[in-house]
Design a protein around this ligand. Sequence first.
Ligand code: ZN
Length: 248
Amino acid sequence: MGLETDEKVVNYIRKMVAQARSVVAVLGIEMLVEGGGYDLDTNEETYRVEELYGYTPEDMLSTSFFNAKVERFFRFYKNEILTMEVNATPAYDALLKLQAQGKLSAVICQNFHGIPHGIRFHKTIELNGNINSNKCPHCNKLFDLNYMKNAAGIPLCDNCKKTAVRPNIRLLGERVNAKLMTEAANVCEAADVLLIMGKDMYNDRLEYNTDPSRSQLKILFSREQQLSERKVDFVIHDEIQLFLPAIV
Ligand SMILES: [Zn+2]
C-alpha cells in the first residue's frame, strides 16, 4: 500500500521509533473516523444535525443544553453518539506492537467512545470521559451503556425515578479534569516520540514537552491539509491505519 508521505520521512520516523524508549499516543477524532465513526464537527455533519434536531452538535453537547433541554439532548445523544460503532483498526495493532516492545508508555484518549472493544493498553488516560460510564447525579448509582441505549426517551435513574442519568463524558463548557490533565501532560513530557493521532473536539491545548534540552519527536496525523498551529516535527496526511503499521 503506497503512502503519500515521502519515503525518507517514513524511514526517519521508523528509525526514531525504533530508538525510542518511550512513545505516547494521543488519540483524536481521526482514530474514531478510521474505526467507522464520524466527525460531527465537519460542516456537512453540523448542517445535517442542525436540520434534524434544530441545533448543532456543539450546541447540544454542552452542559447548558443538557440542563435546559434534557429530552432533546438524549434524542440527539442516543441517535447519533450511542449508535456510532467504533472498531479497532490496524493502527491499534501497531500500538499494541509498541506496547509488546515495552515502548508504549501511555495512550491518551480524547474521544469519549474510548478504546475499541478487545484492545487493552497498560495505561490509558481518558481525558474526556467515556460513554460506557453513566451516573445518577442525585444518588450516584452507576449505569452501563445498555441501560442508556435501551431507555425509552430520557434514561431515568431507577432508584430516584425522576432524575436523568448523566453520561460521564465531558460536555463542552466543562473543564477537563485537572488531575487527568496533569497526568497526561506528565506522560507527554517524558516521551521520546509523541504520536498525535488526529484532532481533539475540545480544542484543548495539551501541553507537550517544551524543554529545549530534551529532544522529542512530535508527529501529528491530520487529514486536513492546512498547517497546524502546533509546533510539530512532521504532519502526516496518510491514514493512521496505513502509516503506523509501516513504521513499527
Ligand atoms: Zn438516582
